[in-house]
Design a protein around this ligand. Sequence first.
Ligand code: PLP
Length: 430
Amino acid sequence: MTTESKNPETIALHAGWRSDPTTNSVAVPIHQTTSYQFDSTEHASNLFALSELGNIYSRIMNPTCDVLEQRIAALEGGAAALAVSSGQTATAYALQNITKAGDNIVSSTDLYGGTWNQLSNTFKDMGIEVRFVDPKDPNAFAEATDDKTRAYFAETLPNPKLEVFPIKEVSDIGRKFGIPLIIDNTAAPVLCKPFEHGAAVIVYSTTKYIGGHGTSIGGLIVDGGNFDWAGAGDRQPALNNPDPSYHGAVFTVAAAPLGPIAYILKARTTILRDLGGAMSPMNAFQFIQGLETLPLRIREHSRNAQSVSEFLEKHEKVSKVIYPGLQSGEARKRADACFKGGYSGLVGFELTGGTESGKKFIDSLELLYHVANIGDTRSLAIHPASTTHSQLSEEQQIASGVTPGYVRLSIGIEHIDDILADLSQALDKA
Ligand code: PLP
């Protein structure tokens, strides 16, 4: 059955799988195997030469991961996807796939703290410079570009500012140079479809809303199949020059008979093969389960978060509430241009009492969990300055919008009355 013209709720349940051809099992089996027997020596050599696609070894492909990959590609309207071991792996591999020492990337300043560290420290140590620019002005990406720039990077809905990234504007700039926008859509699956706005590649931490139940760490890279890698020529040498690790194959040429999948084919057959951050089949199964209810859950997260932000806005102990549904002006225009069906479950706020009041609030919560995570079915809270953003200098914290009294909530799908009651009693004690 094709799910091409279907809606997200249907795609999330049906894309990439109907039933098992030998057992008729409806649920996707967990293919807990390392390797796959070849039909013949000819079959084996075709698989290794990429002239035929098929299973070789579970570090680079697995049938359970394959269903997850097909399903997310269908949900995003992309060409193909690659499952990896974490969101951090997804970001690293997505960028390493097209950069090497001496190249540079232009990234938004508004990033998850772990990504900031990865790009500003580990990538720097690998000889890949990351130039950070303020996403308020999309032209800053053009200004930071030179002939060694290979990719633009950003998050759709970055914490803690929760201002939606100008996906279309920056994608349009990049496409003029032959530079893809790689976007982390972790906070906004289903609600935002980055390929519809010109992004070339999406990365996910599936650990968050896609898994949804706080059980497994994982990541996905989705290739939009909408970027002219061959046309980008010398701008994208990784995909247009012979690859010595693949008998001199040129990926834009080798992938052509298989579809617009040069980028993701290279990621699978070189970066994942060589660095090995594969997703386990068990975790892929958990993410398939999560995806099945994602369109329903993300609507409920959004509805509850809107109610929470309206409640906080009226509270005397709260000096500021950050939520796209409360924004106005340019920020709201960007949110409404990219989001359909809600603004996700993340809410930020600041207590008039500053750090001490923030700590008391967190310590008084009874229903909400105090954890370093987002996107769980359960409501979560954290004080970023002392946790997720603590590795950044105070200056860097302020630049990324983390003030001492700032509290981040990831609103779950409990009954809204129970969430509000817990927030209210904790605010009384703050
Ligand atoms: N991207 C975003 C937006 C995140 O919030 C996180 C984790 O919090 C990551 C990436 C990294 O994901 P993981 O923890 O799965 O490595």
